[in-house]
Design a protein around this ligand. Sequence first.
Ligand SMILES: [Zn+2]
Ligand SMILES: [Zn+2]
Length: 140
Amino acid sequence: MQKQADRVVQILKSKGLRVTPQRFAVYANLLSRQDHPTAEAILHDLNQDAPTSSQATVYLTLQALRDAGLVREVLLEQGVCRYDANVQPHHHFRCKCCGKIEDIAWNAFEGIGFEQIRSGLKVDNYEVTVSGVCDRCQQN
Ligand SMILES: [Zn+2]
Ligand SMILES: [Zn+2]
């Protein structure tokens, strides 16, 4: 646990961010999960330990982490912003029942061709979103 805490502090510092308790808590929370939580879900988690965080501080903290390139916003649902501490290129699976989002490895769709795209358009990036039903929802 201490090692993980040191790592979080180190990463924040390496991006030139001052390490505040809020930044530490929000980033550590995001690193510990893969479900792409909303800001509200992070706030809910943090306040279970000690009800000290406000929605505004969590939003500001997420903004600072995003601006530093440590966190990305994932917008797969209209009006719902989720957060991801995995900033490497990857794709997403979205469960249409519970809304949970799971990472898919970048090389999972190797060989996608762009031949059908109009020739005037220069592609430099893409991302695949797969939707369906997650294992947990299939059981229910
Ligand atoms: Zn689900
Ligand atoms: Zn992701």
